[in-house]
Ligand binder design. Structure first.
Ligand code: ADE
Length: 244
């Protein structure tokens, strides 16, 4: 069984629409939708925002649904010039940018585990699936919707991601992150906590992040619309290829 998590229902609505033989289980205020997606047995769940919510959801997925692999899909704020709205980051190393147990541990180091970041698996397969999706873009994304968000041809990179319980929307915060975590390309609020739980339970983990904003003063776009017409369609197109 493969677990698929998003922070918001809108980010996975297109996947939910394609799910067959759906069965819903409610636990801890979350709905877990099991069924078949493109001939794979999956369980879909939206975790809500933040590291606690996503870690709790991940633990439940692993213990109650016996998943062997978890894929997170959702939006992120780009913090490097090369990334534009509509681009995709396939995560490589996942940092918790708000974790600081100094002077006992180095900044960002996860206590006891002695890890500064968690590494993802299956990245080359996910990267190939994403490149194929970009070539098939018009099959999944309405051109007018893409134009409304000024997206022409999206780009995909393999990049590092930083997670924290903060929505980043200032240049000062971006500058601090660029300085302290120079390899990081985008920010979000769940990936590294899901990665930590997967590491602790020895479950494979990978992550797709679609750039919804540039984490600056203009970061307040119409998120609900972006998730519905862009991010959720990307998740569908990419995972269809990944499962093929
Ligand atoms: N998810 C999408 N955009 C984000 C941002 N700017 N900061 C944190 N999480 C995000």
């Amino acid at each position: 069984m493969i677990g698929i998590i998003s922070a918001m229902q809108e980010e996975m609505q297109a996947l939910l629409n394609e799910l067959r033989n759906t069965k819903t289980t409610t636990k801890g205020m979350r709905n877990y939708y099991t069924g078949t997606l493109y001939n794979k047995e999956v369980v879909l769940v939206f975790s809500r925002w933040g590291k606690v919510a996503s870690a709790a959801t991940t633990t439940q997925l692993i213990n109650d649904f016996e998943v062997s692999e978890i894929i997170f899909t959702g939006v992120a704020g780009g913090i490097i010039d090369e990334l534009n709205i509509g681009d995709i980051v396939i995560g490589k190393h996942l940092y918790q940018h708000d974790l600081d147990a100094q002077p006992f541990y180095k900044q960002f180091e996860v206590p006891i585990l002695k890890k500064l970041y968690f590494e993802t698996q299956n990245t080359s397969r996910l990267l190939s699936a994403t490149k194929l999706f970009i070539n098939q873009y018009d099959l999944f994304v309405n051109r007018e919707d893409a134009q409304n968000f000024s997206i022409t041809k999206p780009n995909v990179i393999l990049g590092d991601i930083a997670s924290g319980d903060q929505f980043i929307s200032s240049l000062d915060k971006i500058k601090n992150l660029n300085k302290s975590l120079p390899s990081v390309s985008c920010v979000e609020m769940e990936g590294a906590s899901v990665a930590q739980v997967c590491f602790e339970y020895d479950v494979q983990f990978s992550i797709i992040r679609i750039i919804s904003d540039k984490a600056n003063d203009n970061a307040h776009i119409d998120f609900a619309k972006f998730m519905h017409v862009i991010a959720s369609q990307y998740a569908l197109g990419i995972l269809k290829n990944y499962f093929a």
